[in-house]
Design a binder for this molecule. Structure first.
Ligand code: NAD
Ligand code: DAU
Length: 339
C-alpha cells in the first residue's frame, strides 16, 4: 500500500502519519507539504527516521510538482489534509484559501484520475454546514444538510467538497469525504483557540475571548479523527460523505476556564475582545452514519483529552516556543539546505 498524505507537516496530518505508522507499519507513506507558516518539518522528525517514509516539499496547486510525483510513486491512496485552515486569516486575506483549498484539491484530483488511484480521501470540515442556533440544542449537522458556509475558509472547503463529489459523479474518481468538528491535541499551531490559550496563560498574558464567549464548538481529540479516517479508507463507500464528531459541545468560555483551572491560573486573565466577523454560533455533529456503517466511536473523553493536551504543551514547550519565535522555520534549511 502506497499512500500520499498531503499537509502532514501540520497538526492533524502529522498526527495521522504517526497513527498510520503505528497501525499499518507496512504502508509506504509519502508526505507532500509546502511548509507554509504552519507547516513544521520538525514535527515529522520521528516519521523521517522510518525507511518507508518520504517527505517532499511542494505545493499541491503546482502541477509541475504533483504530476511527476504521482507518476514516480504510483500511489494507491491519497489523503488530502493540505489546506489553509485558519478562519481569522481567511477573513483578512481570502485569496490563498481559494488557491490552495480549491485549486490545490483540483490539481490533486486531476493527478489522481490520470494515475488511477484507488481512493482519494478529502479531509473536510463541519464548517461547510454553516452554524446552528444557540437556543436549539436538539439540532445537529447531518450529512444531507445543505452547504451554507460563513467564512472564506469554509466557502473554500465547501467548494473543494463539491468539486470532489463532481469528480466522483462525472469521472468516476473513487472519492470519500469526511467532515470533522474541531480537533484538539498535540502539535496544533498556537494560533488556534486551545494552544493559543495554553501558551498565553503559561506566560500570564491576557486571553482574548471573541464576543461573549458563548459560541459553541464540538471538540474531538485528534487521534479519534485519525482513526475515523482510517476506518473510512478501509470500509467507507466511495461517493459518500461521513461526519466525524463525538458530542463534546463546550462554549469557548468553558474551554478557556478549563485550561485556566488546570494550569492553576486566575480567570482574571480572560479578556473579552471584539467578535470575529460572521462568527458561527454553534457547531454540533451528528455522527450516527459513521457509527452505524463503520462502527466508529470516539474513545477519548474531553476531560482526559484536554488534560493530556495541556500536559503535552507543558512537556513540549520547546516545540511551540520555537514556533512563536519563528525559529522553527530554520529547520527545513538545516535538514535540507545542503542537499
Ligand atoms: P494546519 O494549518 O495545522 O496544517 C495545514 C498543513 O498544510 C501545513 O503543514 C501546511 O504547510 C500545509 N499546506 C498549506 N498549504 C499547502 C499547499 N498549497 N501545498 C501543500 N501543503 C500545504 O491544518 P490542520 O488543522 O491540521 O487541518 C488539516 C485539514 O483538516 C485541513 O484540510 C482542515 O480544513 C481540516 N480540518 C481541520 C480541523 C481542525 O479542527 N483543525 C477540523 C476539521 C477539518
Ligand atoms: O470545526 C472545524 C474547524 O475548527 C476547522 O475546519 C478549522 O480548520 C479549525 O481552525 C477550527 O475552526 P474554528 O474557527 O472553530 O477554530 P478556532 O480555534 O480559530 O476558534 C475556536 C473558537 O474560539 C471560535 O468560536 C473562535 C474562538 N476564538 C478563537 C481564537 C483564536 C476566540 O474566542 N479567541 C481566539 O483568540
Amino acid at each position: 500500500m502506497k499512500m500520499l498524505v498531503t499537509g502532514a507537516a501540520g497538526f492533524i496530518g502529522s498526527n495521522f502519519v504517526f497513527y498510520m505508522q503505528e497501525e499499518h507499519p507496512d504502508y509506504d507513506i509519502v508526505v507532500l507539504d509546502a511548509l507554509t507558516y504552519c507547516g513544521n518539518l520538525e514535527t515529522l522528525k520521528p516519521a523521517l527516521k522510518k525507511k518507508n517514509f518520504r517527505f517532499v516539499k511542494g505545493d499541491i496547486a503546482d502541477r509541475d510538482v504533483v504530476f511527476p510525483l504521482f507518476r514516480e510513486e504510483k500511489f494507491d491512496v491519497v489523503v488530502n489534509f493540505a489546506a489553509e485552515s485558519h478562519v481569522d486569516r481567511s477573513i483578512e486575506d481570502p485569496g490563498i484559501f481559494l488557491k490552495t483549498n480549491i485549486l490545490g484539491t483540483q490539481v490533486l484530483m486531476d493527478a489522481a484520475r490520470e494515475y488511477q488511484v484507488s481512493r482519494f480521501h478529502q479531509v473536510g470540515t463541519d464548517e461547510v454546514y454553516g452554524d446552528l442556533p444557540l437556543d436549539r440544542p436538539d439540532l445537529f449537522f447531518t450529512e444531507d444538510m445543505p452547504i451554507t458556509a460563513s467564512s472564506p475558509y469554509s466557502a473554500s472547503k465547501a467548494s473543494a467538497d463539491l468539486l470532489a463529489l463532481a469528480y466522483h459523479r462525472t469521472y468516476g474518481l473513487p472519492v470519500t469525504i469526511s467532515r470533522c468538528s474541531n480537533n484538539y491535541g498535540p502539535y496544533q499551531f498556537p494560533e488556534k483557540l486551545i494552544p493559543l490559550m495554553i501558551a498565553r496563560a503559561l506566560d500570564d498574558k491576557d486571553l482574548p475571548v471573541y464576543g461573549t464567549g458563548e459560541n459553541v464548538r464540538d471538540w474531538l481529540y485528534v487521534k479519534d479523527h485519525c482513526r475515523a479516517i482510517d476506518r473510512i479508507l478501509q470500509d467507507g463507500e466511495v461517493g459518500q460523505v461521513y461526519n466525524i464528531g463525538g458530542h463534546n459541545e463546550r462554549t469557548n468560555l468553558q474551554v478557556v476556564k478549563t485550561i485556566l483551572h488546570q494550569l492553576g491560573k486566575p480567570e482574571s486573565l480572560i479578556t473579552f475582545v471584539g467578535d470575529r466577523k460572521g462568527h458561527d454560533l454553534r457547531y454540533a455533529i451528528d455522527p450516527t452514519k459513521i457509527h452505524d456503517q463503520l462502527g466508529w466511536l470516539p474513545t477519548t473523553a474531553f476531560d482526559d483529552g484536554i488534560r493530556q493536551t495541556i500536559d503535552w504543551y507543558l512537556e513540549n514547550k520547546a516545540w511551540w516556543e520555537r514556533i512563536i519565535s519563528g525559529e522553527y522555520q530554520q529547520y527545513y534549511k538545516e535538514m535540507y539546505g545542503n542537499r
